[in-house]
Design a protein around this ligand. Sequence first.
Ligand code: ATP
Ligand code: MG
Length: 246
Amino acid sequence: MSCIIELENVYVHYGKTLALEDVNLKINQKEFLGIIGPNGGGKTTLLKVLTGLIKPNRGSVKICGKNLSDTKGFIGYVPQFNSFDNTYPISVNDVVRMGRLTKKSNNDLEIINAALNTVEIYNLRKEQIGNLSGGQKQRVLIARALASEPKVLLLDEPTASIDTKTGTSVYELLNKLNETATIILVSHDIGAISKYVKKIACLNKKLLYHDSKEITKEMLESAYQCPVDLIAHGVPHRVLEHHHNH
Ligand SMILES: Nc1ncnc2c1ncn2[C@@H]1O[C@H](COP(=O)(O)OP(=O)(O)OP(=O)(O)O)[C@@H](O)[C@H]1O
Ligand SMILES: [Mg+2]
């Protein structure tokens, strides 16, 4: 079944703060979209809209042709790292098992074990979550999302707190998962994401999206208000050649 994500004229306000302004986006199945943008630009808000955690003040959101109220279980969400309570006294297995809450089945155990194996933390399954390193915790959160067997995987800065080597392995993992799932990845690491994603969008209240992998001057200006500075730090204007996928 094809699963297209479609946002039309989406607005989100938190009281007087306008977080998303007229966001329009259409993403095809098995797309791998990277979203960049400044702090407070609305990236987490956009992911929360897609999970149904936040209802837009205006606009429509459709996932696989359905309204958000009917998409339970379609979406796997890996929240921004610092929003996770690390001190909670539960095991890795328990956290990953949460991924099955909305979709209980007879083969939950196999699905959980497969998710643990995919992110290579099966050997840590009995550990308390608080004893793990940042990168290991990040893998646990990805495994939890995978355990829900999502059609769409949303990740909010999954590599922000981990070293380059572990980060690279997370991106390689996402590449593999992208063979079956649509992925939307929020990251500040333009260099790394431009290597792995198929499309890039830039969000600063408004979403700039050209349906390509090109980072335009307009995007950088919208995102950071200082493209010169970014280019001076070695980020090329145009990132990699276009990359066709089917
Ligand atoms: N629960 C909330 N209540 C009030 N304002 C909020 C809330 N969540 C976010 N905001 C505001 O909405 C705007 C967008 O926030 P959001 O967390 O989506 O940004 P972000 O792009 O994810 O930023 P970062 O890169 O720092 O994670 C910010 O101005 C923020 O202060
Ligand atoms: Mg955020």
